[in-house]
Design a protein around this ligand. Structure first.
Ligand code: ADP
Ligand code: MG
Length: 283
């Protein structure tokens, strides 16, 4: 019961930007919720020790809860830590607990320290497929730094989704981010591609917002989703209710824009084919 195409293979989107507060978590949970509500099967992996994605999905992530820490450090199966979001049944989340902060250091001496998440995700996806309930999308919410948690997130991903805040300095740090993604491709994950850029916190009343948007679009062409996400109080209120804006206020502009952006992402996969992300197939 979905009007959106199911990808032939699960798509694993790493939501990344080394800057904090640009809308990574908001984008990860709302894109996930939008696709889930459209009938697709979606998992959110919270890789930020602050656990904001877990909170936004209403997922218990207190100290005694099993989470992504147990997956990375103890090799617990992802299947054992995922929970269903109370606000959107069917939407899965692997929560981040506070001990994940320590994982950054605990991972350093470990075997295959960069690819522990990738392995866990692959096992999970294969098991779900074998059980007849394949997962269509995985969104990985990254912390705002380039440590082993973010590296694991890049290595586990098939694609990168970069949210860019329509503010001054938005492009600062972006070339550093792209350089880091190139390094990951070269050494750890050769097929990783930056498939989508999403403009967030767009304020149509300010010239600055439209200047930033124009600049990003002229640099990155069709990688930038046509839909921008407006600055919206409803979007920022939703997490305190343990909900995404998709269920919290489904008719708000923020919800409608995330639904539209999610559609673009889902349809891009179809027009571009399962394994290529080259530009040029637009229109
Ligand atoms: P990051 O994960 O990159 O640190 P967040 O997604 O947590 O960024 O967003 C930072 C803050 O901005 C949060 O308080 C969030 O609620 C708010 N926010 C994000 N997107 C919007 C938006 N489109 N409109 C209004 N507030 C937003
Ligand atoms: Mg965040």
């Amino acid at each position: 019961t979905t009007d959106l195409p199911r990808p032939r293979e699960p798509r694993v989107l790493t939501v990344a930007n080394q800057k904090g507060g640009v809308g990574k978590t908001t984008t990860a949970v709302n894109m996930a919720a939008a696709l889930s509500q459209s009938g697709l099967r979606v998992l959110v992996i919270d890789m930020d020790p602050q656990g904001n994605a877990s909170t936004a999905l209403g997922i218990d992530h207190g100290g005694d809860v099993a989470g992504i820490y147990d997956v990375l450090i103890d090799g617990a199966p992802l299947e054992d830590v995922v929970q269903e979001s109370p606000s959107l049944p069917g939407l899965l989340c692997a929560p981040a607990t506070i001990d994940l902060a320590g994982a950054e250091i605990e991972l350093v001496p470990m075997v295959a320290r960069e690819s522990r998440l990738r392995k866990a995700v692959a096992t999970f996806l294969a098991a779900r497929k074998a059980a007849g309930s394949p997962v269509d999308y995985v969104f990985i919410d990254c912390p705002p730094s380039l440590g082993l948690l973010t590296i694991n997130s890049f290595v586990a991903g098939s694609e990168v989704l970069i949210p860019i805040q329509c503010e001054y300095y938005a492009l600062e740090g972006l070339s550093q981010l792209l350089t880091n993604i190139e390094l990951i491709k070269e050494h750890l994950n050769p097929t990783l591609t930056v498939s989508h850029i999403l403009l967030t916190m767009y304020d149509g009343r300010t010239r600055l917002s439209s200047q930033v948007a124009d600049e990003v679009r002229s640099h990155f062409a069709s990688t930038v989703l046509r839909t921008s996400i407006p600055r919206s109080v409803r979007i920022s209120e939703a997490p305190s209710h343990g909900e995404t804006v998709i269920t919290y206020d489904p008719v708000s502009s923020g919800a409608l824009c995330y639904l539209e952006a999610a559609k673009e992402v889902a349809r891009a996969a179809q027009s571009k084919g399962a394994q290529t992300n080259q530009e040029g197939s637009d229109q």
